[in-house]
Write a protein that binds this ligand. Structure first.
Ligand code: 2P0
Length: 325
């Protein structure tokens, strides 16, 4: 009887971003990065290897993927087959749990959950470091979603040395992230294309590598000291400097839309009113506002007025990968 295994992994928001690969095949990043795993957005993935299958079968949110849509998953399962000497195909059933039907599902939770479920279903017993390395092969940000709380991804230089490490796994600090859904649609330029374009064409890319080193050195002691201002200023400037790479690439591009700029302005106004909050954003227009839990009611009231209640989601630090019965 083949084992059917279900794993749950949560998505994460990078406070010091990963934006560029040194090795595009193994997904070795150019720099380290640091993230916070969130409780609100997660993926449940079930995997069973079955000798009767003639191809891998993949469904996401109840929809069967075509062969071309499932290529990344199929390639990932090939890695698991190589590591385990399994030869049979697998049935993969994945469900993204996102509070609204909005563009916050992430390859981080998807590949972390797939790494957990597929490796166990194939009979492998991986520790969390090995699981993080495996998840990395699916998507860079998945490297960090194996762990809960604040997580650092050590860039390393090869497959063995590039993995996530918990920095503060049990977060005893009343912080929250208010996610603003400003555009639920798929991004036009994927992270994968966008970051490679930045590496290859932005004249600012060498400066980015130094910025990341400096920001990691600043944010880690600030997290340990619960120094909210330093953490906030570091994550906001890091996000803006990452996005400066998109504007300085050739051809230039941007993930911002008009509402992104409006929401940034609101964060600045809230700060001017004495509410400490800072924004970050990834390869899409949706802003994530880092704040202290005491300020969540004031922030949600303001953002609900601006963008509507359905587009404001409050998240807190979340757990690492879990296996479900
Ligand atoms: C991050 N992002 O650190 C950065 C910040 C988006 C902006 O990792 O090519 O989907 O699969 O490794 O992980 C999104 O990129 O890219 C990402 P691949 P991924 O979270």
């Amino acid at each position: 009887m083949n084992a059917t295994v279900t794993a749950r992994a949560h998505t994460n928001i990078a406070l010091v971003k990963y934006w560029g690969k040194a090795d595009t095949d193994l997904i070795i990043p150019q720099t380290g990065s640091l993230s916070l795993t969130l409780d609100q957005f997660y993926t449940d993935t079930t995997v069973v290897f079955d000798d009767r299958l003639t191809a891998d079968e993949v469904s996401v949110n109840g929809q069967r993927l075509s062969t071309s849509q499932a290529t990344k998953v199929h390639n990932f399962l090939n890695l698991v087959r190589q590591q385990s000497s399994r030869t049979s195909f697998a049935r993969v059933t994945s469900v993204n749990h996102v509070p609204t039907a909005a563009g916050l599902a992430s390859s981080a939770s998807a590949f972390a959950a797939l790494a957990g479920a597929a490796s166990r279903a194939a009979g492998l017993t991986l520790d969390r470091t090995a699981l993080s390395r495996l998840a990395r092969r699916g998507s860079g940000s998945a490297t960090r979603s194996v762990f809960g709380g604040f997580v650092e991804w050590h860039a390393g230089h090869d497959d063995l040395s590039s993995y996530g490490v918990p920095f503060v796994e049990d977060v005893d600090w009343p912080i929250a992230v208010v996610a603003l859904v400003l555009d639920p649609h798929h991004k036009k330029i994927s992270s994968r294309q966008g970051m490679q374009s930045s590496v290859n064409t932005s004249p600012f890319y060498p400066a980015w590598k130094q910025i990341v080193a400096d920001d990691l050195a600043a944010i880690k002691p600030a997290i340990l000291a619960h120094d909210f201002t330093t953490v906030g200023e570091t994550l906001e400037s890091n996000a803006m400097r990452m996005h400066a790479l998109t504007l300085s690439a050739w051809p230039p591009y941007s993930y911002f839309n008009g509402d992104t700029l409006g929401a940034m302005q609101t964060v600045k106004e809230l700060r001017a009113q004495g509410i400490a909050c800072y924004y970050t954003l990834d390869a899409g227009p949706n802003l994530k506002v880092f704040c202290q839990t005491a300020d969540v009611p004031a922030l949600t009231a303001r953002f609900t007025q601006q963008f509507g209640a359905n587009n404001v989601i409050v998240a807190h630090p979340g757990p690492g990968i879990q296996f479900l019965d």
